[in-house]
Design a protein around this ligand. Structure first.
Ligand code: KIV
Length: 267
């Protein structure tokens, strides 16, 4: 791992070198500090915070203020990784000027290095303007969680030819208007491979197979902290919810049985 700061240009160079890009979400200072220290390339302050931090059923209701609060906590901890702020539902779909003002807040108040917005070719004018005013944009296509009501649930996108064509075209248009990378969420592996090889900018997959240029996962999912549901693509690297239960249960038992505090833990 180099100590060199990761920028949007680093993303491009990594793709050119065939070096995979590792991205995780984070929502607080100390998680971000750990991820940054161990060499994560980028931290996404995802609107998934609404589910894994606030306990909501989907991402829709998180506000700009909440997202800025989490982004500021994360960027205060980060020295090396690229910090991306995830623009919440209706903070950019309403007009290009809303998009600029809200995206600008992620950089000015949140300390992020760029923003992520959901949507395909229909977002091209917004993306273009954001980049023109100096805000790097990561695209996000496929199973875009802010459209969950339109999709009627979480499901793999791009299985039929028409939808696959739309996603491929969208990816090309998002690249043309200046996105520095694109998240591909829950699409067939072969389609993700085709999109990845058609673009110069890196694709970051989540449930999109091994051929993407990088992978992103929600940190609470891989740590086993979020137990509500586990999509097929999530690999659990730890079972922290179980560990927390065990540790805190031990504390309760020690208090009840007067085993805590000991003489050494008293003044
Ligand atoms: O909100 C989020 O965490 C995301 C990803 C996991 C891509 O958008």
């Amino acid at each position: 791992m180099t100590t060199e700061k990761v920028t949007v240009k680093t993303f491009l160079k990594m793709k050119q070198r065939g070096e995979k890009i590792a991205v995780l979400t984070a929502y607080d200072f100390f998680t971000a500090k750990i991820l940054d220290e161990i060499g994560i390339d980028s931290i996404l302050v995802g609107d998934s915070a609404n589910m894994v931090f606030y306990g909501a059923k989907d991402t829709l209701s998180i506000s700009m203020d909440q997202m800025i609060y989490h982004t500021r906590a994360v960027s205060s901890a980060v020295k090396r990784a690229l910090v991306i702020g995830d623009m919440p539902f209706l903070s950019y779909q309403t007009s290009v000027s809303d998009a600029i003002l809200n995206a600008g807040r992620f950089l000015k108040e949140g300390g992020a290095h760029g923003v992520k917005i959901e949507g395909g070719m229909e977002m091209k004018d917004t993306v273009k303007r954001l980049i023109e005013v100096g805000i790097p944009v990561m695209g996000h296509i496929g199973m875009t969680p802010q459209s969950i009501e339109k999709f009627g649930g979480y499901s793999v996108q791009g299985k039929d030819e028409k939808k696959a064509e739309y996603l491929l075209e969208s990816a090309k248009i998002l690249e043309d208007v200046g996105c520095f990378s694109i998240v591909l969420e829950c699409i067939p592996r072969e389609l993700a491979k085709k999109i990845t090889s058609s673009l110069k900018i890196p694709t970051i997959g989540i449930g999109a197979g091994l051929d993407c240029d990088g992978q992103v996962l929600v940190v609470n999912d891989i740590l086993g902290l979020y137990e509500e549901f586990k999509p097929k693509f999530v690999r659990r690297y730890a079972e922290l919810a179980k560990e927390i239960r065990k540790a805190c249960k031990n504390f309760i038992d020690d208090v009840k049985t007067k085993k805590y505090p000991s003489e050494e833990e008293s003044y």
